[in-house]
Design a binder for this molecule. Structure first.
Ligand SMILES: Cc1cc2nc3c(=O)[nH]c(=O)nc-3n(C[C@H](O)[C@H](O)[C@H](O)COP(=O)(O)OP(=O)(O)OC[C@H]3O[C@@H](n4cnc5c(N)ncnc54)[C@H](O)[C@@H]3O)c2cc1C
Length: 362
């Protein structure tokens, strides 16, 4: 006998799980994930920073809403997801002006060095600070959404890759690993594989491109204080932040990739360690571990959230790029509202239009 549900969500990263946790309060939800574990791909590989000033206006609106919702969940449950951690952008005057957006405060280099004394004098000429930024506990967010979905009766099928589907009645019959599922609506939250999953349902691709990004945990002779901000180069050549007694670093690369289980390339981490050692006095001496994930986005850099329009019962929840955690609850709220026909909630019309899958076709 096939499993039946209102909504089948394909993908068990932060996108699929955050939707499952809200939608399962109003609909019968099954979530299928290809891997044997939840959050195996990009959602296990992020830098865990939520930056309200980062991204285009639609992303910033969804980030503000996500922070509001996460604070609400913390207050209600006593769980802890968010730790205040500023975000400091450094570089040439032009580069900082170009990258800085609303909500960022401009600082002199001397002021920036009071917050981040490890920065060597003379290595940057301008700085911008986002004081509203937070470090996030990504594992706690994933676990909260998983358990909220389970408490609402959502069924999670791990090790269940979706490879074929056919229209059935007013919905879909889907094969996911050993399972057969009948669903009125299918949500495509398959991260780097979202365009490939769309093809299974006969939907046109959204031009989603996975881009590699690497990060590493390193040991430094003079590590950062716990309260120090995340520091990022305005020209996107590196970022770093405190990680307990160690430091998280990234070359902040954006290199197009196939949808694969990405791994660091030899030399990438060593090169960024060399650069950060020239920019700062931390004296990074060894690399404890490193990883690479895929940040997947369409050409305009906005997430893709909404009904496909051309293929009935097919809904997109993809293209979150480097914003998947910081927009997660806001995007899930918008998606759930559209899926149950309740409307777009607190989202402005401009944001709904900016993330609509139909924008690529207009
Ligand atoms: C180095 C790095 C740093 C980052 N830092 C931040 C940050 O600080 N803040 C932030 O907000 N974001 C950050 N991001 C981005 C963020 O991690 C992503 O936007 C987010 O994890 C994407 O989540 P997702 O659920 O869409 O994709 P994923 O986590 O990749 O999940 C995709 C899911 O789809 C499943 N799937 C694929 N194909 C199928 C199929 N056919 N059948 C069934 N299941 C399928 C996979 O198994 C997986 O469960 C960072 C990313 C990287 C790589």
């Amino acid at each position: 006998m096939p499993l039946t549900c209102d909504v089948l969500i394909i993908g068990g990263g932060i996108a699929g799980l955050s939707l499952a946790s809200v939608l399962s309060a109003e609909a019968k939800v099954v979530l299928a994930v290809a891997e044997p574990a939840l959050a195996y791909h990009t959602s296990a590989r992020s830098a865990r920073q939520l930056i309200p000033s980062y991204g285009p206006p639609a992303v910033r609106e969804l980030t503000d809403r996500t922070l509001e919702l996460l604070h609400g969940i913390q207050d209600r449950t006593g769980l802890h997801f968010l730790t205040p951690r500023g975000f400091l952008l450094v570089g040439s005057g032009d580069a900082v002006q170009l990258r800085a957006s609303e909500g960022m405060e401009f600082l002199t280099p001397a002021h920036a060095r009071r917050l981040s004394p490890e920065l060597r004098p003379g290595t940057f000429e301008a700085a911008g600070l986002d004081r509203r930024s937070f470090g996030s506990d990504a594992d706690a967010m994933i676990e909260y959404h998983r358990s909220a979905a389970a408490a609402n009766g959502a069924q999670v099928l791990t090790g269940s890759p979706v490879r074929s589907a056919a229209p059935a009645g007013s919905g879909w019959r889907v094969e996911a690993g050993q399972e057969r599922i009948e669903a009125r609506t299918v949500v495509n939250a398959a991260g780097a594989w979202a365009d490939a999953v769309a093809a299974v349902f006969g939907a046109a691709p959204q031009g989603l491109v996975p881009y590699r990004r690497t990060a590493a945990i390193v040991d430094a002779a003079r590590p950062l204080g716990a309260g120090q901000p995340m520091v990022a180069a305005a020209d996107d050549t590196f970022y770093y932040r405190p990680e307990g007694s160690q430091v998280l670093v990234s070359p902040a690369e954006k290199v197009a990739s196939a949808a694969v289980d990405a791994r660091p390339r030899p030399g990438d981490v060593e090169a960024v360690v060399g650069l950060i050692n020239r920019m700062t006095t931390m004296d990074i001496r060894s690399v404890a571990r490193s990883w690479t994930g895929l940040r997947t986005e369409p050409a305009d850099g906005h997430p893709v959230v909404g009904f496909d329009g051309a293929v009935d019962g097919f809904f997109w929840l993809a293209g979150q790029g480097g914003y998947g955690f910081q927009t997660s609850c806001g995007v899930a709220e918008l998606a759930a509202g559209l899926l149950v026909g309740r409307g777009t909630g607190s989202c402005t019309g401009a944001t709904v239009a900016a993330v609509s899958p139909l924008r690529a076709r207009s």
